[in-house]
Design a protein around this ligand. Sequence first.
Ligand code: FPP
Length: 254
Amino acid sequence: MTAQQTEQRVLPSDLKPELLPKHVAVIMDGNGRWAKRRGLPRVMGHKRGVDSLKEILRTCNDWGIGALTAYAFSTENWKRPHEEVDFLMSLFQVVLRQELREMMEESVRIQFAGHLASLPTSLQEQIAQATEETRNNRGIRFTIATNYGGRQEIIHACQAIAKLVEQGLVKPEQIDEALFEKYLYTADIGDPDLLIRTSGEMRVSNFLLWQIAYTEIYVTDTLWPDFNRSELYLALRAYQQRDRRYGSVESTVK
Ligand code: FPP
């Protein structure tokens, strides 16, 4: 490893480790525009987007951020041209297969959030394998939201709890936030502290609707394939300047 690479693996000195977000979520937007500006097919933007994701995952892991959740495919993305959907499904599969060894070396623990049963069977198998193989890793928790929709996740949780009520295992008045969260895909990773959206759009696009109630949101005009370690540094610096009050008066972070 070069001296520069070693330096990049260390948290920049002006970021305070105690004020780092524990969980970062990303809406990886702008792949299509990145490709279009270069006269390339849209899918080339997704391909380059994988490189950005790898760099951000590695950097979060190196800098001591405990969890990264990336929005890879929404329940609405099926409406895209079928060539693009097919490309994305095979891209997920190829990347998972190719990167598994490196993720093991870096002790990444992978999990998936979303309605996985309607993904292609071969992708479901790859997902099951990656989840199982990395289960005991102790590095960053990397959640890939695939066929994910925030509203669908909330309905899914409601249905699961309704069944418990029907079976007499839970009383309606026992349903509280803590119980509800157990039935979300993110049950064991909790809420993101920071949500980053690239490409300048001011929307949450059905991502982690329940979980982002008190999340700090950072939007950058940078397109996802150009989002790199330096861009993450800027997002973290902005985050560390925020005053998180959770509806109270006094800051709970600083
Ligand atoms: C949004 O940009 C991006 C997506 C819908 C796909 C994101 C997927 C990746 C970056 C690949 C991740 C790979 C793995 C293995 C998790 P857009 O196409 O909506 O861009 P546009 O708004 O400019 O058209």
